[in-house]
Ligand binder design. Sequence first.
Ligand code: DGJ
Length: 716
Amino acid sequence: MIQVKDQRFTLQTKNTEYIFEILYDKYLVHLYYGGKTAGETVYSSRYKAFSPFTAEHGTTYSPDTCMAEFSGFGNGDFRATSLKLKNKNGDSVCSFEYRSHRIFAGRIELPGLPYADANADTETLEVSLLDPVTGCGVQLYYTVFPKEDVISRYAVIENRSGGDAVIEKSMSLLLDLPGCEYDMISLYGGHNNERHYQRRPLFHGNQSIGSRRGASSHQFNPFIALCDHHATETAGEVYGFNFVYSGNFLDEVEVDQLCGTRVQLGLGSENFSWLLKDGERFTTPEAVMTFSAAGIGQMSRNFHAFTRNHILPPEPFEQRPVVLNTWEACYFNIDEAEMLRFAEAAAECGTDMVVMDDGWFGARNNDKAGLGDWFENKEKFKDGLAAFVDRMKAKGIKFGIWIEPEMVNPDSELYRAHPEWCLQVKGRESLLSRHQLVLDMGNPAVIDYLKESFSKTFEGVALDYFKWDMNRHLSEVGSTVLPPERQGEAAYRHMLGVYELFRWFKEKYPHAMIENCSGGGGRYDLGMMKFSTMIWTSDNTHPKPRIKIQYSSLLAYPAATMSCHVSNPKNVCADPDVLKFRWQVAVGGALGYELHLPDALQEIKDTVKKQIADYRVYEDLILRGDYYPLCNPYETEISAFYYANGDHSRILLSALQNSSFSGHFYTLSVPGAQPDAVYYDAINDLTLTGRQLIVGIRYSTVDKDPTGKMWYFVKQ
Ligand code: DGJ
């Protein structure tokens, strides 16, 4: 609910409140964000010597010390700015005053960008600001998602100056908090090792994470949280933030002289500038925030519900397919005969779909050639793709295919015909990464080629699924179709082109599901989740590192997005015990397989069949239930968590141990269990009361590395 009274705006969600007001009819000052306060917060000047003030209002207001909603540049607010806008006179000073506002149901679409869908509860506040000197305007948008306790923010910059302006820095969300006694949680990593939990106390100064790689990246995820120093999984105050965008970003947190904290998320200033002609508007991507007074777990649940309800596309199938992916089993060695063996084995074991990974197109026998040539390799599929896919599906499975539309190998027909279609900078070598270059997705000719070429190749092919990969980051980012003064726009325009192609795929193949991938989870972000039902969490399928990668991913993203495959070290498929632990880890998310099932012993096939049948029993809890983290694997030797339905009549509890040490005891408590109910756990043949579950069951570590235990409690 959004209310305005006496120039004070109050945005309410189920458990939170966000308040700001208009001071002296001009300045937007932030007052409060947190749990419900009954509105007692008032403005008080926080003036400090050396802080500039206006002649009219004296030291009662200074841009340098007040808590803001949006910051100008060079106007006396010396903290990190939301907008740097070079005006027609060549300076970049900007300062904004309130002009008007409106409140409306639902929300406005963001042109070309992914954004959270509105539902009947969604409301938006638009606040219009003006810089009276340059004539440039800013509209701030606050969209409230009450049920999920999420508020989203973005801005529209409007040039009404009568000349050209250049956006040199753009941020979507600014939140000023009065204190600085917080830890910052962020997710860092690399390929094969993405999204590791990091928690550090804030220090005075600017601390930031971001990506200059043209992708949200394995190295830093756009999600961050600020929590009080003692916050745990189940207690303490936590603010969570995320960005609905998949390219370069900046999350900056600055602790100032008054021990206040400014949090900002946006495109930043590196790898981004935008020429805004007179009369033009620029819309920043959307950023989101949430607040939890009940620990880190509640923050995660808020973001999970928000992502499921407002970001993810509808599930294309009644039941999410368990996929058998060919990559780790075959790499590039695929052909029709081998794939048909996969289809038979998949049907026998109960995997619903075979996903034919890399290697099916052009001259693609290794990673040095073929990217960009999106037609089937006739030696591997002699009767063409349509006939082959029909034969696969006749075995009783669904069929998915791998693509990497944004890339090209220099050794390809496409590159030989159109070298100018790659991102490039005149006179500079375009560096290779995995032997590939990046297509300039901001060039409409490239998008047209891709649409045409996929349309032709997939004509009449009964595809159920795309695995959309992206295997390098962007260097030498420049475009042959942009003039010099617009080269700073290339990375952002590239991303808009990527989104356009995703939208086209969704419209052209409405019944197909998209699994996103970027060398594993290199684009694990809310922008990609707008189009992808799930994301390949990591190329690292070893269960020990996966325990941590999955724990950290779940801080911000729901389990439904986490594509988790059981793999086997050498694809020998020899040891059911190995498969058991790998499965226990994989059912933390959406289960799939990465095994050479056609060559597996019958015993292994039977194990897989049983694993899938077990998963089906509680799959709905994993994909749509609520997630409760109990033990953080970065702080203890186990990762423990449970999924439950709304009334806690069904609870799936896991303890995954990633080091061998016996005799450490953990109490795994299920606070939401119904105290008077009796629960039966069929996995361990155990009967417990809800009260016993609330007190907690004991897990004692064992001298086995690694190992896991699961309980599935159903109210009797
Ligand atoms: C990287 C992905 O993460 C893998 O799963 C696989 O699809 C390869 N690319 C194929 O080249």
